[in-house]
Design a protein around this ligand. Structure first.
Ligand SMILES: [Zn+2]
Ligand SMILES: [Zn+2]
Length: 185
């Protein structure tokens, strides 16, 4: 079975309940074994002075190297505001078909999320976490707008989707697992 490590790499104290929600849903949605990694290590040199944001590319590179050997996939959960060169901000980013994914709480805790309590914030974090992990299994953006792999550029699009793969993506995930892990596990 694919082993996934989930690692809080934020600056503030972690929301353990939210991380546990991510862990449990990763197992449910992706059929992996997921565990929370409690390690004080944090990505270094990811802040871009010009953008005043953190580079997902540098975080992903760091995660890939820092990943425990037994973990096939690593999801970093951060509170840093993330960017990629072409976008103003991203909720997360992943190595397509690779090992590392990152998701940030920075843009998910928008004022309306606070007003409605932990529910919407946590649900959004779970969806974006599953989405980015899905990319590490080679899943690309899905045209079904309720599928967790649907592209979401804003909170309304995050809220419109479910925290599970649609049938088509589930079939693709099974094919990817079959190819990637042969018959030894
Ligand atoms: Zn995506
Ligand atoms: Zn889908």
């Amino acid at each position: 079975m694919v082993q996934v490590a989930i690692w809080w790499i934020g600056a503030a104290a972690p929301d353990e309940d939210a991380l546990e929600a991510v862990r449990a849903q990763a197992e449910r949605a992706l059929g992996v074994h997921a565990r929370l990694l409690h390690s004080p290590g944090r990505p270094v040199d990811t802040f871009d002075v010009y953008r005043q944001q953190h580079s997902t590319e540098r975080i992903l590179r760091w995660l890939d190297i820092a990943r425990p050997r037994q973990a096939h996939k690593i999801l970093g959960v951060s509170d840093a505001d993330l960017f990629t060169p072409v976008l103003a901000f991203v909720f997360g980013e992943a190595q397509l078909g690779g090992a590392a994914a990152v998701v940030s709480t920075a843009r998910l805790a928008a004022p309306e999320a606070v007003a409605h309590g932990a529910g919407p914030f946590r649900a959004r974090l779970v969806k974006e976490a599953i989405h980015e992990l899905g990319h590490t299994f080679g899943l690309i953006h899905c045209a079904h707008r309720t599928c967790v792999m649907a592209r979401s550029a804003n909170l309304a699009q995050v809220d419109a989707k479910d925290d599970l793969l649609c049938h088509d993506c589930l079939v693709r995930l099974r094919e990817a697992n079959h190819r990637g892990h042969g018959d030894h596990d």
